[in-house]
Design a protein around this ligand. Sequence first.
Ligand code: SF4
Length: 386
Amino acid sequence: MSRFTPPPFEEISRFLAGAPLEEAEKVLAGNTAPSWQGLAALLSPAADCLLPAMAQKSRDLTVQRFGRAIQLYAPIYLSNYCSNRCAYCGFSAENPISRRALSLDETVAEAMLLHERGFRHILLVSGEAPLRLGVGQLEQAARRLQGVFASVSIEVQPLLQEEYARLFAAGITSVAVYQETYDPACYREVHHAGMKKEYDTRLEIPARAAAAGMREVGIGALLGLSDWRTEGVMLGMHLAWLRKQFWRTAFTVSFPRLRPASGGFAPRVPVSEKDLARLIFCLRIFDPDVGLVLSTRESQSFRDHMLGLGPTRYSAGSCTVPGGYLHPEFSGEQFEVGDHRSLDEVVRSIRAHGLDPVTKDWDQIFQRGEDNARLQSDFQPTLAAT
Ligand code: SF4
């Protein structure tokens, strides 16, 4: 399998710093998606004055490609054990938090509570500790939840291609794996120990999940670690490379901003809401078909303000503590949530903005081989008769 080899981070930073305003204006006036150089021009300091035009173009493209739909999902934290030491994360092995890994029954109970609350898309999340939560347990959980949810996604430790394929067969359709930062020097500084220390290995994981046949793969950068403009260009490059290699796979991009967490890590660089909005607009212009995720890390007011302008997927009613939906008294969160509204409240807000909240836009039946075979044979006579 070929590998994504990003250019030096500093080289992209220098390119960005020197990009002229006219380049960004040309991109905004054009009718085609820009190259990475065009994306760099949009994110350059010279183009700061073009934010309103970027918002407008992002809004237009989002309506064209996605209509007025906003998909809703909720995360379920399965385990906060982690063998890595990431300076910015509450689950880091060095933090003295209360640790817990859900049993299969507890996982199903948390999932059913979210189902009762109206969720049909869920994301299973865990720290990276394979001995506490292995592929076998994820597979069992997926099989228990088959037919209950429209889609089950995962954000867990990196797996082998054959393990992703096993999980896909069990009903998991989507994998999120974030590089955190595309700046190798910063990556080394914030990843103190554990498997995640290996920048190049981490960079390969999204391609591995796509090669295994996952329907959707999510990538992202954790904002607040290194220069956000350069992270945006590198994310765009990674996305474009993945699209070229895996044209059958759908891709999403997330821009999690650092939140207060156990360990007290302070962002190394400030990233304002305006900067985050700019990144979202620019990625939408760069790739009009990519799904853009805005999670409950962000505040209610920012999330409401961004409705219709670019993001296509929102989490709601989230809890980042394993077992925390059924037991709100549990501690050991990954980070503090910024938007505490329930699913119903987020749905009301989406409607108030003239958009359609969508709790189900996929069904597991679409991925089952036997069902596809049945559909084909059912329709064969009709097709033959025409
Ligand atoms: S970011 Fe992920 S790998 Fe790093 S400490 Fe947190 S849960 Fe573990």
